[in-house]
Design a protein around this ligand. Structure first.
Ligand code: HEM
Length: 487
């Protein structure tokens, strides 16, 4: 279908793409120079309209998605230009250049710039697209809430509950698809953290609409009935209606409680975004609803993928699996002896488990890079990113580079020994960096730790042969079938 859509687009587009292509070539080849000697990186913009997209996608279906970047890197250097997914773009595979991009060049030089289909689906108000004071405010509110001790205490219980329920449901079933199972667990936790919706019809509705919604995240930007983008936008409308109902109801509830005096601690992200007491800074209700919906995107796909890939990597590395199991059995024994409840810190202070998670995130590259657009001419390490150009800071290229990691394709949790969970440097950015560093970082690590703890202390498994696919999003080709046996 994708290829069909692309061909029809090219035929229907006629002369327009050719003109556009000529314009882009001019833009890129006229040797745009900034105020100094910095030059626009070298590269190739490929075919009209589709640019080098086909090559980019083809690499995403192999076990070495980074080969697209590697091939160009060897021809043009660490920073080069190309044209993918309808966007002429400068790609950086250099950790230092990526750092400057993530830190927004110290000021307001870059804004997020995702492909057209993603932009339409996010909506204009999404934190992932906004810039300046509004993004800072929402980021601070959500980050503060997700890091608060109250949230950590109750979300630990919620995650445990969800993980245990799912693991119990495996009793009697021997073969299951891990990718589907992890998604069930995490969606429930995410919806609870964002808007306190528990199991029931509303959750089931959201789950199925959300699946339709995210299908459009990376697709051709063609929007008419029957296309992926169209169906996805319709699912977004239905979801937004439900989120609005929840937000409106909560606002009324808050007003009534305020009349009765007293302000309760926030239960979820809806409470946090509605909780502003200063009239001048109140966030509009539509803005809150849209942001809650869009926050489901970074949280939904990412965590279950990380869990599934952790199991895949561990299945292929028995030595790591043994050490992880020993560490977790030891914690379980201690907890049983003391008759204690598990806390957030119990899970987060298991050193080898955290190393397994760090290594999984390095190799999984769930978010393979971030897209930005330059608001002005920006020079970094002798490269010029002209005003209006997009730049892709490629994390996957850095994570899989021999220069940064010895044997980068080898799953080696021991390489993280002594580095701790706070590791985030230029060469390790699974959660991004700078002012947009993922606010769900600790929550994600916690969810994965709880899942791994209960999995390895309850079951043994054997995984069937399966491959990782990197396009349009990272996932297992066969959803990782495993056969479990209770311990
Ligand atoms: C393994 C799991 C996850 C990974 C790898 C991940 C990765 C990332 C990355 C790379 C960014 C930066 C995007 C950019 O700079 O444009 C980001 C941003 C974000 N993430 Fe996560 N994320 C994960 C889980 C979560 C979870 C569970 C939540 C929960 C709500 C979440 C919420 C967000 C939000 C709201 C932003 C936008 C921050 C901003 O622009 O200010 N993420 N994430």
């Amino acid at each position: 279908m994708w290829w069909l859509g692309a061909s029809v687009g090219i035929l229907l587009g006629g002369a327009l793409p050719l003109l556009w292509w000529w314009w882009c070539r001019r833009q890129c080849n006229d040797g745009h120079k900034g105020s100094s000697a910095a030059a626009v990186p070298k590269g190739n913009l490929g075919w009209p309209l589709i640019g080098e997209t086909l090559d980019f996608i083809a690499c995403g279906y192999t076990s070495r998605p980074v080969s697209f970047m590697d091939a160009r890197k060897s021809l043009y250097g660490d920073v080069f230009k190309t044209n993918i997914l309808g966007t002429p773009i400068i790609v950086s595979t250099d950790p230092e250049v990526n750092k400057v991009v993530l830190q927004n060049h110290g000021s307001n030089s870059f804004i997020p710039a995702y492909p057209k289909s993603i932009r339409e689906l996010f909506g204009e108000q999404s934190i992932l697209q906004t810039n300046g004071p509004v993004q800072k405010k929402v980021h601070a509110l959500i980050g503060g809430f997700l890091r608060s001790p109250q949230f950590k205490a109750h979300i630990t219980n919620d995650i445990q509950h969800s993980v245990k329920l799912t693991l119990e449901s495996w009793k009697g079933t021997h073969r299951l698809f891990l990718q589907d199972e992890t998604r069930k667990m995490t969606f429930q936790v995410l919806v609870k953290a964002l808007m306190s919706v528990g199991p029931g019809d509303d959750l089931e509705f959201m789950k199925s609409e959300f699946q339709e919604f995210i299908k459009g995240l990376i697709c051709l930007p063609i929007n008419f009935p029957g296309t992926t983008l169209y169906n996805s936008l319709k699912a977004r409308e239905r979801l937004l209606k439900m989120v609005k109902r929840i937000v409106d109801g909560r606002k009324m509830e808050m007003e009534m409680t305020a009349d009765g005096g007293g302000k309760a601690a926030p239960r979820d992200a809806v409470d946090v975004l509605l909780g502003e007491t200063d009239e001048k800074h109140l966030l509009p209700l539509d803005f809150v609803s849209a942001n809650i919906l869009e926050m489901m995107i970074p949280g939904e796909e990412t965590v279950p993928t990380a869990m599934t890939l952790a199991v895949k990597f561990l299945s292929d590395c028995p030595l790591a699996l043994n050490q992880l199991t020993e560490e977790n059995l030891e914690l379980k024994k201690q907890k049983e002896e003391l008759g204690d409840e598990y806390s957030w810190t119990d899970y987060m202070s298991l050193p080898f488990t955290q190393n397994v998670i760090s290594e999984t995130l390095r190799m999984a590259n769930i978010i393979n890079g971030v897209w930005r657009k330059a608001l002005k001419d920006v020079e970094i390490k002798g490269h010029l990113i002209p005003k209006g150009w997009c730049v892709l800071a490629s994390f996957i290229s850095v994570h899989m580079d021999e220069e940064n990691y010895q044997h980068p394709y080898q799953f080696n949790p021991w390489r993280w020994e002594g580095k701790g969970v706070g590791v985030n440097n230029n060469c390790y950015t699974p959660f991004g960096g700078g002012q947009r560093l993922c606010p769900g970082l600790e929550l994600s690590r916690l969810e994965i730790s709880i899942f791994l703890h209960h999995l390895v202390t309850t079951y043994r498994w054997s995984a069937e042969e399966d491959d990782i696919v990197y396009f349009p999003t990272v996932k297992m080709k066969r959803k990782l079938p495993i056969t479990v046996t209770p311990l």
